[in-house]
Design a protein around this ligand. Structure first.
Ligand code: GLN
Ligand code: ZN
Length: 755
């Protein structure tokens, strides 16, 4: 009989119960015991739900109070020195949040993206003389809790090599040297689980889908050779991509089973079967754990049939990866368009799909009705007029090089922009948003709920814009913004006004800790029924003689922060978004806005796990950006903004975007980003952020002068802009005022020094 199983379940609860409980605990409103009770209830509810879908093995250990990578570090006793030696609950949250209940500030562990998802994990920190001690009983306790309910547990463990790969070293040494000390702890964990009666353990090693150096590949062989003496069966789980050239050795590792992602990499089935042996379990990840579309069950069945033809061993079926990345239950979406709703599947519906797949193999006749429902839903989606917009497709077919090319090269544009804008050297600007005060949030919420009229809402927003413009004038900034008060989120704001988008009421996905996002769903061809930002920008420009910068979110960022339709290449959806944004850019220009910023905050995030696929992504991502920005006259200045400090490896593509000005995050890394400019002469203008808006500290004029001087060593001073490193919406006005005043002082000082 084919087994079905799950790699992990969302933790926070369908009504984000854990989020609210955690936040109450942090505020001191509930005790640790109460928090523990709520967490246990959630775990048990999720286990029951998974068991009722017929899963043979239920994951345990996927639950976390904050993050599973942090849980692993704590289990291994890896607690950076600054947190002391205690391994209690308090220490755990200090590592995660950098705050202690007694008000002592701690430097929290760094947080970064989990592979190419929007989930963030806490980066383990290891030292050259790192010791490991089994320091937590969480996994054993939760396993016992699940066993007590009578279910078959499959503990989930982050694999030793992936954990180590994700760790940062505090000094220069080879992390792999720590394996000898690390492995005994893993051995101990596996032994204890075996003693508790566990048969299967899932060991996650997603780094097997990355480009691995040879030393790491070899480490896999030696690590799993040593772990194979453990008295449990290991299922090695890989996900988020293809094993590629690593397939042959991954298939031969001495483990009892291997899980592969057949959603991201359906073509890897052949290579895996070429190398697989019949005595092992092969787990097929056929249900998309990263997206919210209903599975084409008939297509999945034919993949299973292919596998069965060539493989006579034991097959398991599962989602492609943990369901952490999708919302829990579609049933809560009572307001969704009834045509579209059946196209979707959230975590709970995905588990049902798994059950149907098994049934279709074991008892085809019994599964028939479900397969027909699924096939109908797939057909309805493919053929729906809601999806296809002939006008958009006609525009798409017309994209050619004339749409991706500004009228003239940068040096020519620059002259025209200089003549028009008459900016001083070291021009000052901000990244777009100004503090979102409680009054602003209230006005938006009241309008959404229909408590205030549109006229009153517009009046309120115009008042806010005027305040913001006057503040910027007082500060002496050179290029002003309207402040983005009307936006609660830089993607949602545009998604809500574009056709082809859908918003859920309760489609929350964990971003980090207690924080969730509710990604928009792009279900159909994207188009722009009417201008989205022009009114606000135009009003703002009418208040001042200073140039106003229009503010848009770029196509790649909208794409990377949404659930995207999977019936066409992502690049096609990106181009549709680009055409819509292009119309907005052109309308802003027509409305007299001289400078337009197209934010691509998430540009880098879309890079595929394998470097060999980077160029393809970069090519279409850059092209999408250029479609947006190329419809304007030479004298209109295009800015872009990116908020990450690592782009040395993609700098040529960034330059290919050909924005007249790029503003970037650099202040935190002390201008490290500018190393990219040692070998590469960035041709256009650039504003390396000099004010770290993520820190509560107010930067001094001297700090910023020093940063700008450092930047001046790499970048021609007449190409330099002076700006913060990101939007100011999370800050308070009193800090922003002082910081920006210091920033404009810094610019003045440099101007007079230059004479
Ligand atoms: N324009 C946006 C803002 O200022 C940019 C946000 C971002 O880069 N994350 O808020
Ligand atoms: Zn930013």
């Amino acid at each position: 009989m084919i087994k079905i199983h799950n790699l992990g379940f969302p933790r926070l609860g369908e009504h984000r119960e854990l989020k609210f409980a955690l936040e109450r605990y942090w505020r001191g409103e509930i005790t640790q015991d109460e928090l523990g009770r709520i967490a246990a209830e959630l775990r048990q509810r999720h286990w029951r739900l998974q068991a009722s879908s017929g899963l043979d093995l239920i994951p345990v250990g996927d639950f976390s109070y904050y993050d599973h990578v942090l849980d692993t570090s704590v289990m291994l006793g890896v607690i950076p020195e600054r947190f002391g030696s205690s391994t209690g609950f308090d220490t755990y949250f200090r590592m995660a949040r950098g705050q202690s209940t007694d008000g002592v500030p701690f430097r929290a562990c760094e947080m970064t993206k989990w592979f190419d998802t929007n989930y963030h994990y806490l980066v383990p920190e290891v030292t050259a003389d790192q010791q490991f001690v089994l320091s937590s009983t969480k996994l054993f306790d939760e396993t016992r809790e699940l066993q007590a309910m009578g279910y078959q547990p499959k503990p989930v463990l982050l694999g030793p090599l992936t954990w180590l790969w994700l760790a940062k070293t505090t000094s220069d040494f080879n992390k792999l040297d720590l394996v000898d000390r690390l492995l005994p702890i893993y051995g101990e964990i596996l032994h204890r689980l075996a003693d508790q009666g566990v048969e299967w353990v899932q060991i996650d090693e997603p780094i097997l889908v990355l480009d691995l150096p040879n030393t790491w590949r070899n480490a896999f062989e030696s690590v799993y050779n040593r772990l194979q003496s453990s008295p449990v069966k290991m299922l090695l789980a890989t996900y988020f991509g293809e094993l590629g050239e690593q397939a042959s050795f991954a298939c031969k590792l001495p483990v009892a089973g291997l899980h592969i992602d057949l959603v991201r990499a359906p073509e890897q089935l052949t290579a895996v079967l070429d190398n697989f042996v019949n005595h092992k379990v092969l787990s097929l990840g056929l249900i998309d754990g990263r997206n919210i579309w209903r599975t084409d069950l008939n297509a999945a069945l034919s993949a299973i049939a292919d596998a069965r033809e060539r493989f006579k061993g034991e097959l398991w079926l599962a989602p492609s990866c943990s369901l952490l990345h999708v919302p829990i239950d579609l049933e809560h979406e009572t307001a969704l368009d009834p045509t579209i709703k059946p196209w979707l599947a959230f975590a709970r519906q995905k588990l049902t799909e798994l059950e149907v797949l098994r049934l279709a193999i074991e008892e085809p006749a019994a599964a028939e009705p479900d397969l027909i429902v699924s096939a109908n839903a797939i057909r309805s989606r493919r053929e729906s007029t809601l999806i296809h917009n002939p006008a958009v497709q006609a525009e798409l077919a017309k994209i050619d090089s004339s749409l991706t090319q500004r009228q003239n090269p940068f040096p020519v544009r620059r002259e025209q922009q200089r003549a028009k804008l008459k900016l001083p050297s070291y021009p000052t600007t901000t990244i777009g948003s100004f503090p979102q005060t409680p009054e602003i949030r209230k006005a938006r919420a009241d309008f959404k709920r229909g408590l205030i009229s549109e006229t009153d809402y517009i009046k309120h927003m115009e008042h806010t814009i005027e305040f913001c413009v006057r503040e910027q004038e007082k500060l002496g900034l050179d290029v002003l913004v309207h402040g983005e008060a009307e936006r609660n989120d830089m993607v949602e704001y545009f998604g809500e006004q574009l056709d082809g988008f859908l918003f859920t009421a309760n489609g929350w996905v964990q971003s980090y800790g207690s924080r969730c996002v509710k990604p928009p769903i792009i279900y159909g061809d994207v188009s722009r029924p009417k201008p989205m930002t022009v009114g606000w920008s135009q009003y703002a420009q009418s208040l001042t003689d200073k140039p106003m910068k229009g503010m848009l979110t770029g196509p790649v960022t909208i794409l990377n922060w949404s659930f995207v339709r999977d019936d066409q290449p992502r690049s096609t959806t990106a181009y549709q978004l680009a055409l819509a944004i292009r119309e907005e850019v052109n309308d802003l220009e027509r409305a007299g806005i001289p400078i337009i910023q197209i934010d691509e905050a998430a540009f880098r995030e879309g890079l595929p796990p394998r470097q060999s696929r980077w160029q393809t992504y970069l090519d279409w991502a850059v092209r999408a950006f250029r479609i947006c920005s190329s419809g304007v006259n030479d004298s209109t200045q295009i800015h872009t903004h990116m908020c990450y400090s690592e782009f040395n490896d993609i700098i040529t593509s960034i330059a290919d975007m050909d924005a007249d000005v790029i503003t970037i995050e650099t202040s935190r890394s002390n201008m490290e980003l500018l190393y990219a400019f040692i070998d590469f002469n960035y041709p256009n203008e650039i504003g390396p952020g000099v004010y770290d808006i993520h820190s509560p500290n107010v930067p001094t004029t001297d700090d910023m002068i020093a940063l700008l001087k450092k930047a001046g060593e790499r970048i021609d001073s007449d190409h330099l802009w002076v700006n913060p490193d990101c939007g100011l919406k999370t800050r308070q006005w009193q800090d922003v005022r002082i910081s920006l005043a210091n920033m404009t002082e810094a610019a003045k000082a440099l101007r007079s020094a230059a004479g």
